[in-house]
Ligand binder design. Structure first.
Ligand code: HEM
Length: 403
């Protein structure tokens, strides 16, 4: 009989959560044991504390006064890149009251109603893309199938001219490649995206096309508005956060539904189940795997003292597999999981602004995919070599079979 600790590292003192190999080599059995026996780990090399339980991750995300984002949301690393520099002080790396001000200005672009109005466009992009998929040909899900719509829709929302969209999408993908710990850090692509955005804003002059740049540039009720640099930061954040995460979640969903044909067939028979399945893809994939906060005073998590000024890594990917919350089948993908109180979108004040758009993009992708293709064969997946920001798939070969 399998036990809950099968596959876990024997001596927890030997666990190195900072090692890439740990994350590439099925971390879940060891994380499961750590959640039970050592839920908050101190990592001497980085000086960080690492919180693995759902309750701890959620309570740290909820308390923005005690756990600050403004000092950075990534483990300190020699791999820190230009992306971190460009995002310093932006929405995601700020605390109230700055955060409250920034969020209020950007939120109108992402209300459920605004996003619902995008459904036809998202569907059109998806249909065009999937109609071009050839029967029997092998595609890489991550780059060939899942990437196109998330990148296109964000480019369109930002008002990036069609002729430039492929160029911008390629640069954003190159920024993401720099996140992979097996690749050299690449600062050039983020610099080029920032240069591009600067030029885009300059070219617009005083014109106000109906897009997100215009919405976020408008003054708030009190007359305060974002500076041009802050607008560029926000565009950059959307391009980085909005494309990779959605692409990675769609890829995870295709991998799981390829491996679980009964669930795939159930969703094909009743697409109304896809909203619930999308949340499960977010939980199971947990592609925004880790975020971080800094303790603003002495505190504790699960009884473990955390001194003021120290960074705490909040492992969303572990919280979302916590058996105390999701039950003994926490490690399994279940398209009908309900309730599903995952923290895959984050939680509290910084919870993902783009969640309504990502939900729409993922749901529509699978609706259209399942209408066209009865099944697909997946080849050997290769995980992304990154645990500091994202996990997910680097490549997944797939061959689709039409209905
Ligand atoms: C499957 C897709 C996505 C996942 C899993 C995801 C996940 C997350 C998570 C976990 C956070 C919180 C980070 C923290 O608290 O430190 C976050 C924040 C954010 N996300 Fe997403 N995201 C996704 C898609 C998107 C999209 C499509 C957009 C925009 C178009 C977007 C824009 C943002 C922004 C702007 C924030 C910062 C919010 C704030 O700090 O107030 N995300 N996202």
């Amino acid at each position: 009989m399998m036990t809950a600790t099968d596959g876990a590292i024997g001596n927890l003192d030997d666990v190195d959560l900072g090692a890439l190999e740990f994350w590439l080599d099925d971390p879940e059995p060891t994380l499961r044991r750590l959640r039970r026996e050592r839920p908050v780990v101190h990592e001497p090399t980085s000086g960080c504390w690492i919180a693995l339980r759902h309750g701890d991750v959620r309570s740290a995300l909820r308390d923005t006064a005690l756990f600050s984002s403004a000092l950075g949301i990534h483990r300190p690393s020699p791999r820190a890149s230009a992306i971190d520099d460009y995002l310093a002080g932006s929405l995601i790396v700020s605390d109230p009251p700055d955060h409250t001000f920034l969020r209020k200005l950007v939120l109108p672009g992402f209300t459920p109603r605004t996003v619902r109005a995008l459904e036809d466009r998202v569907r059109q992009l998806t249909v065009d893309h999937l109609d071009a998929v050839e029967e029997g040909r092998t595609y890489d899900v991550v780059h060939d199938l899942a990437a196109h719509v998330p990148a296109s829709i964000i480019c369109e929302l930002l008002g990036i001219p069609r002729a430039d969209q492929e160029h911008v999408a390629t640069l954003i993908e190159a920024c993401g490649g720099g996140f992979d710990n097996r690749n050299p850090v690449q600062d050039e692509p983020s610099r080029l995206v920032f240069d591009y955005l600067e030029q885009l804003l300059a070219d617009r002059g005083a014109s106000e096309p109906d897009d997100l740049i215009t919405t976020t540039s408008r003054p708030a009720d009190d007359g305060r508005r974002l500076t041009p640099y802050q607008v560029m930061q926000f565009c950059f954040l959307l391009l980085i956060g909005g494309t990779d995460n959605t692409r990675a979640t769609i890829s995870t969903g295709m991998e799981r539904l390829g491996a679980l044909p009964e669930q795939r067939d159930a969703l094909a028979a009743d697409p109304g189940l896809l909203a619930t399945a999308t949340e499960e893809m977010i939980r199971y994939g947990s592609v925004a795997a880790i975020t971080a906060r800094t303790a603003m005073r002495d505190t504790e998590l699960s009884g473990v003292p955390i001194p003021a000024g120290r960074m705490v890594l909040l492992v969303i990917a572990s919280a979302n597999r916590d058996e105390d919350v999701f039950g003994p089948d926490a490690g399994e993908f279940r398209h009908d999981r309900h309730p599903n109180p995952h923290v895959g979108w984050g939680f509290g004040a910084h919870a993902c602004v783009g969640a309504p758009l990502a939900r729409l993009t993922i749901r529509v992708f699978f609706e259209e995919l399942l209408q066209r293709f009865a099944s697909w064969d997946t080849g050997e997946l290769s995980p992304m070599g990154n645990f500091e920001h994202y996990c997910g798939l680097d490549r997944l070969p797939v061959t689709l079979h039409r209905r």
